[in-house]
Design a protein around this ligand. Structure first.
Ligand code: PHE
Length: 515
């Protein structure tokens, strides 16, 4: 593959890269989405599909994405252009715009976390107030729930979302250099905070029994393809695959690095973190007998805080652990969101040579608008709250398309392009030249056949589920009762997502050239 001379900056050291890549991978997905998924899909039974997804799909695709970045020295669209010409480039841009949408709601959620952080300074732990707008009587719900809805329906999330965007821009201002500076501090801190939480969780009386719950397998659920789909989607999301992020980060490495080993290290660090986060969350939940609902949002904003509120040791302890938990979420989320912002910025910069800073400012401006849109429905009409989906309509629905379909589609396409258009052998030979781990021809078989076939099956199954009204379409009856046009939101968002990303990708592919 040809490589242009690069003036794009580089990681100062391999450690810097590993910290940044694992910082991208470790995020809200590890701390809350995983536990919520594991709980929803049968505790211990989730592990087997999860591990299979990790070793057969996660690590090979990570290796592939690292390889693409390292050997082209360019962001995702151009890397795929080098693989498969314009259709590759189109797929690359589509992935970038799908990722841009994810960045928007991811940052909205981070904005809510900031709100909870301020709550943890005091109000979150007070006795629950009444919230007439939500039909919540005094003391009817745990205070974190009341506080959350109260905060959500104020204008504060808009302010918080802007703050998180500013932090993202500050951290990505000089690309790899400034990202590395931030992740060198944040990533070790994240591990320390997590370890403190685990020690607290499992040393609680009966804490360990909660941990066992996570491992008590319920094999009956494994017959359900939805569990497998859940595990594969989770692996893509948690490893930051299918976003162009890992290709982008690897493009700042010297060609000669050991990319295969890097893929193993990054993936195992991420899943190790996820695993111990599961221990902390499940021990806390078990001890306080709070039964988590399936929603990931409720896990993060209500259930864990309610558990923390019951920790022994008095108000100072509760406040301390509460702050620790929300700071952990904020830094874990930031080291993830900066990778998304960077992937978008550098993709545009690589193609059009626009100065980094102005590209970043534009991306930030559009991003703020998007994130505010995700935060607004609740501000405008608090009645949109509903305990089933927490009233987070737009976030829920859009994330359903991006998360359950978008990432898998990108994973499928990149494997097909490398597997069938370029040939996996080319990339495997390049990877093997500098690696202690030698990939055999099984890598080719995985990329060419197995991974695309598995993803295709899961996508097919998801579409099938759609018609049975399992998610997205159909769960919006509550809102439709209030605004009749709302029943079209799931379908409309599907069209906007699919064709919106495709139109943007088409424009960016058509305009200008890499040659
Ligand atoms: N991997 C991150 C998480 O688990 C999410 C993410 C995806 C971040 C893609 C960046 C890019 O939360």
């Amino acid at each position: 593959m040809p490589q242009k001379p690069s003036a794009r900056g580089q990681w100062k050291s391999r450690l810097g890269f590993i910290l940044a890549a694992s910082g991208s991978a470790i995020g809200l997905g590890n701390i809350v989405f995983f536990s919520a998924n594991a709980y929803q899909f049968g505790g211990g039974a989730f592990y087997l599909p999860y591990l299979i997804a990790l070793f057969f799909v996660g690590i090979p695709v990570m290796t592939l994405e690292f390889g693409l970045g390292a050997f082209t020295g360019r962001a995702f669209p151009e890397a795929l252009y080098r693989v498969a010409g314009r259709k590759g480039e189109f797929a690359g841009w589509w992935a970038i715009f799908n990722a841009a949408l994810i960045t928007m709601w991811y940052i909205t959620i981070l904005g809510w976390v900031v709100g909870m952080f301020f709550g943890a300074l005091g109000d979150l732990w007070k006795p629950s107030v009444a919230l007439p707008a939500f039909g919540i009587a005094e003391g009817a719900v745990g205070n974190p729930v009341a506080y959350f809805f109260h905060m959500l329906s104020s204008w504060m999330p808009v302010v918080f979302v802007v703050i998180i965007w500013i932090l993202n821009i500050v951290i990505t201002r000089n690309g790899a250099e400034s990202i590395e500076q931030a992740t060198r501090v944040f990533v070790p801190l994240m591990w320390i905070f997590m370890i403190v939480l685990i020690v607290r969780g499992i040393t609680l009386a009966h804490g360990f029994q909660g941990v066992m719950l996570l491992f008590a397998p319920d094999f009956s659920v494994m017959k359900d393809p939805q569990v497998w789909r859940g595990a594969f989607a989770q692996i893509f999301f948690t490893l930051s695959l299918g976003f162009g992020v890992m290709t982008e980060y690897a493009s700042y490495l010297p060609k000669k690095s050991d990319h295969t080993q890097n893929a193993y290290i990054t993936s195992l660090l991420n899943c190790g973190f996820e695993y111990i986060a599961g221990l902390a969350v499940f021990s806390l939940l078990f001890v306080f007998a709070v039964v988590p609902k399936a929603s990931t949002i409720s896990m993060m904003f209500f259930i864990i805080p309610q558990g923390i509120a019951k920790l022994p040791g008095g108000p100072a302890m509760v406040m301390g652990f509460g702050l620790l938990f929300f700071v952990l979420l904020i830094i874990a989320g930031l080291t993830s969101s900066v990778s998304l912002v960077e992937a978008l910025t550098s993709a545009i910069h690589d193609k059009y040579g626009t100065p980094r800073k102005s590209t970043l400012m534009w991306a930030g401006a559009v991003g703020v608008i998007g994130s505010v849109v995700f935060a607004l429905p609740m501000v405008v009409d608090p009645h949109l709250a509903d305990n089933g989906t927490l009233g987070l309509t737009l976030t829920d629905i859009v994330s359903h398309w991006n998360f359950d379909y978008g990432l898998l589609i990108v994973g499928f396409v990149e494997c097909v392009l490398v597997g069938w258009v370029m040939g996996p052998r080319t990339i495997r030979d390049m990877l093997n030249r500098h690696s202690t781990i030698q990939l055999g021809s099984s890598f080719d078989v995985l990329i060419k056949w197995i991974i695309p076939a598995v993803i295709l099956f899961l996508l097919g199954w998801a579409v099938f589920g759609e018609f049975r009204g399992l998610y997205g379409v159909g769960y919006n009856a509550h809102y439709a009762a209030r605004y009749s046009w709302m029943k079209y939101v799931p379908q409309a968002s599907l069209i906007v997502w699919l064709f919106g990303c495709a139109a943007a990708a088409w424009i960016f592919t058509r305009k200008g050239s890499y040659e």
